[in-house]
Design a protein around this ligand. Structure first.
Ligand code: MG
Length: 286
C-alpha cells in the first residue's frame, strides 16, 4: 500500500494512494489519527486499511499538499558514508562502523515545501536517500528479525550545508539547517517493495540534469544490519525514521561544485516509491 499524509483544513490526514487517486482514510476512521504514527499504532492490518479505503471518496493525488508522514518522529537518525563511491568522492576512509548522526525536527520539511538555502552559506547540497519508517518497537534487534520492525519506506533528501558540515568532526550544524531535510511524499508499505528495499534505482536531478544515479543495492550497511546496529544503543519505536545514506554524485564532489541555487527544484526519485521534489528558496534574514 502507498500512503500520503496531506494537509487538510485545520490539520492533516492520512490518504491511501492508488495510481493518481487518493482516499482520505482519517475521514473514514478518525481513530487512525492525522499521520502515519496513528495508523501504525491503530493495530489495523493493511487489509483492514484497504477495506476502509473502499468507503472513501477519491481525490486527485496532485490536488494534495503533502505534510510530514510522521508529524513528530521520536528519532530521525541518519547514516553517512554508506555507499563506497560516495565515501571516496568525499575523501573519507571506508568506515568500520556505521557513521550515525541525528537530524532535529526543525531541519525537516515535507516534499513540496521550500528547501531553505541559508543566508550564511553558498554550499547547500542535495543527497538522495532511502528512508526507513519503523513500525514496531524493539531493542537489541538481530539482523534476522530487523525487517519485522519496518513499516515501510519513503524518500529523503538530506540537504547539507557543506562548509558548516566540515567546520568540525561533528556534522551537526551542516546537517541541521532549518528546512533542509525533505521527506516524502509517499510511504510505501514494505510488502510492496523488495526485501529491505534492495535493488531500487535512486536518482536526484534538477530539471533534465541528472545529479546522482545508483541503486540501493550499493549500500554497505543494509536496512536490516542498520536497524540492528541502531537498536544496540537506542530503543526503536514506531514512527522513528532512519535515513540510509546517499550514493555518489553530490554537488561538493563535482568540478566545479554544483551547489543548489535559488529558484531551482531539486527532485529525488526512488523506483517504486515516487518523487520528492522541493523548490530551493533563499533564506530571508529577518
Ligand atoms: Mg546523507
Amino acid at each position: 500500500m502507498k500512503f500520503l499524509v496531506g494537509q487538510i483544513p485545520g490539520g492533516t490526514a492520512v490518504f491511501f494512494v492508488s495510481g493518481d487517486s487518493a482516499i482520505n482514510l482519517t475521514e473514514q476512521d478518525s481513530s487512525l489519527g492525522p499521520d502515519l504514527l496513528g495508523v501504525m499504532t491503530s493495530g489495523k492490518t493493511l487489509d483492514e486499511l484497504q477495506d476502509i479505503s473502499t468507503r472513501g471518496r477519491s481525490v486527485p493525488v496532485a490536488s494534495l499538499k503533502p505534510a510530514l508522514p510522521i508529524a513528530s518522529p521520536g528519532m530521525t537518525i541518519c547514516l553517512g558514508l554508506n555507499y563506497v563511491d560516495h565515501v571516496k568522492e568525499g575523501g573519507y576512509e571506508i568506515p568500520k562502523y556505521p557513521v550515525f548522526f541525528m537530524r532535529t525536527q526543525r531541519s525537516l520539511m515535507p516534499a513540496g515545501a521550500p528547501m531553505m538555502r541559508p543566508a550564511c552559506s553558498e554550499q547547500l547540497d542535495y543527497e538522495a536517500e532511502l528512508m526507513v519508517v519503523i513500525g514496531k518497537a524493539g531493542k537489541h534487534i538481530t539482523p534476522e528479525e530487523a525487517l519485522n520492525h519496518v513499516f515501510g519506506y519513503t524518500i529523503f533528501n538530506d540537504g547539507s550545508v557543506r562548509d558548516f558540515q566540515r567546520k568540525s568532526h561533528q556534522w551537526t550544524s551542516g546537517k541541521n539547517f532549518d528546512a533542509t531535510g525533505a521527506i516524502g511524499p509517499f510511504v510505501v508499505s514494505k510488502d510492496a517493495l523488495p526485501e529491505g528495499a534492495a535493488g531500487l534505482k535512486i536518482e536526484s536531478r534538477v530539471g533534465d540534469e541528472i545529479l546522482q544515479s545508483a541503486t540501493t543495492s550499493d549500500m554497505m550497511w543494509s536496512v536490516a544490519s542498520t536497524i540492528s546496529a541502531v537498536s544496540e544503543f537506542a530503543a526503536l519505536c514506531p514512527g522513528d525514521l532512519i535515513a540510509m545514506g546517499t550514493p555518489p554524485g553530490v554537488g561538493h564532489a563535482k568540478t566545479p561544485p554544483r551547489w543548489l541555487r535559488d529558484g531551482e527544484t531539486i527532485e529525488v526519485e526512488i523506483e517504486g516509491i515516487g518523487i520528492c521534489a522541493n523548490p530551493v528558496v533563499n533564506e530571508v534574514k529577518l
